[in-house]
Design a protein around this ligand. Sequence first.
Ligand SMILES: C[S@@+](CC[C@H](N)C(=O)[O-])C[C@H]1O[C@@H](n2cnc3c(N)ncnc32)[C@H](O)[C@@H]1O
Length: 277
Amino acid sequence: MGGVQNKASRTAQQVALFRALETARGHDRVFDDPLAVRFLSGGYRWLARAARVRPVGLRLSRFIDSRWPGPRPSAVARTRLIDDLVVAALRGGARQVLLLGAGYDSRAYRLPGMSRVAVFEADHPATQAVKRRLIRGAVRPERRGHVTFVPVDLLVEDLGEALLRNGFAALEPTVVVWEGVTNYLTEAAVDATLRRLADLTATGSRLVLTYVDRRVLDGVIDAGAVAGGGQAGRGAVDVRVRPGAPGRLSRRAGHAARSRHVHPGRGRPLSAAARAT
Ligand SMILES: C[S@@+](CC[C@H](N)C(=O)[O-])C[C@H]1O[C@@H](n2cnc3c(N)ncnc32)[C@H](O)[C@@H]1O
């Protein structure tokens, strides 16, 4: 969904479905997200349950990939990649985590080390209300005490004020995950958010974000053209990126000059996900 509706995000459910399907694959899955299925409603939940029968799950993934090439393996690949980056940041001394546009991200409840730090889940109020209700039903109170929910519409509200009101500690080493969200915002909202993050986090903090090439969003070119070589069917949403853009973005907002661009197809988690069907 875009950020403007007052309904819970449909795309957040779709990402949860992809994670539930990957989890259902069993022994060769690239991550285990047992909560993903709990976020699904109606037909999506039924599909995720049916996918536990392995041949059904494999056919379902193949069908999804043939109809909508790219988004499913992209979601799987980036989930694992970001899991690894967050765990590494926690081992490196991050003391708080901000999941920005958290949707049905369950990292707060499933990644090692998360329960020892403060985790802030910031999201559009409509999606967050649904998530909070589902989390209350799925996660025991003692396993969610480290999580603070911050309702915020990034298109119209100031992220900094919302975070500080809810106990976010300014200038602590922080890892920020901004996954699958920037393409729903305006350029002004992205800039404002990046500036706030630069103001609010300590030197050495980490920001992990995904983005979609502007030309794809504007319909100027097809995603496959950016991926190159007609790889859209096997690629990821992150395939649709222009190398270098995160560096420019983050420098503009006053972040550290060091940024690493991860291109699909390089690195183990991505290639593991690429053969996920
Ligand atoms: C595709 S989902 C990704 C969710 C999550 N990051 C993940 O990867 O599972 C997009 C998310 O962006 C959030 N979002 C969209 N517009 C927003 C806005 N204006 N303010 C805050 N969040 C917004 C939605 O609520 C949703 O949770």
